[in-house]
Design a protein around this ligand. Structure first.
Ligand SMILES: [Zn+2]
Length: 96
């Protein structure tokens, strides 16, 4: 998926549509210990649900082919950054 480098988008701080720069935040830049990663570590060590044993065997199977990318927009007028609520799912994202 290719994204344009600038978009015309609503800015919630300026209360109007402005030119905004598209920024792609790489995975791993959001902090390491999120709620999901803590739960994953617990499941790997203790098992989960009907599989009350460590999940090392299940880790080898790769099911998901897409990742959720964190795309952010920086307003050129006020300089503030806004996020998308859930990001976008794609195999690969690049900015033109
Ligand atoms: Zn703004």
């Amino acid at each position: 998926m290719k994204l344009p480098s600038t978009v015309h988008r609503y800015c919630k701080y300026c209360h109007e549509h402005t030119e905004q720069e598209v920024i792609l935040v790489k995975p791993g830049h959001r902090g390491t210990l999120t709620k999901g990663s803590r739960r994953k570590l617990w499941n790997i060590e203790h098992g989960y649900g009907s599989t009350p044993y460590p999940m090392f065997e299940h880790k080898k199977i790769k099911v998901k082919t897409t990742k959720r990318y964190d795309i952010r927009y920086r307003c050129k007028k006020c300089g503030k950054m806004t996020t998308q609520s859930r990001g976008k799912k794609a195999k690969k994202v690049e900015i033109k």
